[in-house]
Design a protein around this ligand. Structure first.
Ligand SMILES: Cc1ncc(COP(=O)(O)O)c(C=O)c1O
Length: 432
């Protein structure tokens, strides 16, 4: 009998889910599969791709870097692609963020932000200031710490014992606000809940982590900038570090380079990943202010941040990220983003007439439709049905339970994006 090593796919149940589709090649927004079929990647391959698959500029930059130097240890050493990336990012970031720490992906960028926050206060002689605040419906990754700050979900259920306790505050999920409450009142309620917690417990709280303006995996929950601004003020007032997890929202998704820019907010720490390399190679980055980092510059060796990954600041990933930033400089990327936002806005308006549609939400390139469901949530029976329906029509969309969303690479044409919405319309009209 032939023995083979079976590949175990993420977020996939081999007993229930269809067999994976083999992608032969990819270009622009298209995934080309066996026997000449092709699928529009309307979710940027888990929110990573910005400038199109197999983008020749990024592919070329990686090849060029690989011939020069693929990787070198980053403890005690540095290299030009990493330094160039720090310089390139600096231009786009709030000026307060002056320190950059590399890691491997979104989850590790979050782990680093949480650990820096806790050790910052420990180094300052405040070891009790170590607790963490996070939002309901938040998602920050699948490693143990990132899973702890993420809200309870089917993803975290088996790991209760591994997750550390956090203070959980309500998120301004306006669609789910109590009946009879206005949007403004609900935002105020959420702000007050945070204010009360910080007033009572700030001596033991190190940081608050949130996804700025959009809670992604929680259901593309778009919330008012006002909440983010008030959160910024409260954290500053109570000496609690604000961590903006821009892993999903970063690099143009919301219409500005970073969601924090839209709200005019500068966090104390920021996490980046996904789009940073244009979707070519994994990389995480955690940024922080001088004020946060200075606590680690010390005569005391125990104040060192003892954290690092083998592939920290991988030169090929840095090369890809530099090429992606160069595309932002040279090509009309923000015009492409604005064009996607216009189609999103126009097409989402049409969905409000369907009784199965609870709410539509939009911010920049992200468009979402929350469907009414008895079993609302990630495990909604709608999810596999819709996923299959879309695929059969040549569109890759992975609904978050009863929430269908679009987040395409920025090179999608208006016709291609209309095609995606046509298929969603067909689903809404025929599946339910
Ligand atoms: C806001 C946010 N943070 C962190 C992560 C984790 O990123 P990764 O999957 O690269 O570990 C994600 C992934 O979807 C995310 O959306």
């Amino acid at each position: 009998m032939t023995q083979f090593l079976r590949i175990w796919h993420p977020f996939t149940n081999a007993a229930l889910d269809p067999a994976p589709i083999r992608v032969e090649r990819a270009e622009g927004v298209w995934l080309y599969i066996k026997d000449g079929g092709k699928i529009i990647d309307a979710i940027s391959s888990w929110w990573v791709n910005l400038h199109g698959h197999a983008n020749p500029r990024i592919a070329g930059a990686i090849a060029e870097q690989a011939r020069k130097m693929e990787h070198a240890i980053f403890a005690g050493f540095s290299h030009e692609p990493a330094e160039k990336l720090a310089e390139g990012l600096r231009k786009w970031l709030p000026p307060q963020l002056t320190q950059l720490f590399f890691s491997d992906d979104g989850s590790t960028a979050v782990e680093v932000a949480l650990k820096i926050s806790v050790q910052h206060f420990s180094n300052l002689g405040k070891p009790n200031k170590k607790e963490i605040v996070a939002l309901e419906h938040g998602y920050h990754g699948d490693t143990a710490g990132a899973m702890s700050v993420s809200d309870d979900s089917p993803f975290t259920e088996p790991f209760r014992s591994m997750r550390y306790a956090v203070h959980r505050v309500p998120s301004p999920y306006l669609y789910r606000r109590p009946a009879g409450t206005t949007e403004e009142e609900y935002v105020e309620h959420c702000v007050r809940a945070l204010a009360n917690l910080l007033e009572e417990k700030s001596k033991t709280i190190a940081c608050l982590i949130l996804e700025p303006l959009v809670q992604g995996a929680g259901g593309m929950i778009v919330y008012p900038a006002e909440y983010l601004r008030k959160t910024r003020e409260l954290c500053a007032k109570h000496d609690v570090l604000l961590i903006a997890d821009e892993v999903m929202t970063g690099f143009g998704r919301t219409g500005k380079m970073f969601a924090c820019d839209l709200a005019g907010v500068a966090p104390d720490l920021m996490c980046l990943s996904k789009g940073i390399t244009g979707g070519f190679l994994p990389m995480g980055v955690t940024l922080c202010t001088d004020r946060v980092e200075v606590a680690f510059r010390s005569e005391n060796r125990m104040h060192t941040f003892y954290h690092g990954h083998s592939y920290t600041a991988n030169a090929l990933a840095c090369g890809a990220a530099n090429a992606s930033l160069q595309i932002f400089e040279d090509e009309p990327v923000f015009d492409r983003i604005a064009a996607i936002a216009r189609v999103n806005e126009e097409r989402l308006r049409e969905f409000q007439k369907y009784s199965v549609v609870g709410e539509t939400r939009q911010i920049g390139t992200v468009g979402a439709i929350e469907l009414r469901a008895e079993d609302a949530g990630y495990l909604s029976a709608m999810r596999p049905k819709l996923y299959q329906f879309f695929l059969e029509r040549g569109v890759l969309l992975r609904p978050l339970g009863n929430v269908v969303y679009v987040m395409p690479p920025y090179v999608i044409s208006a016709d291609e994006l209309h095609r995606v919405y046509d298929v969603i319309t067909e689903a809404v009209e025929t599946v339910f």
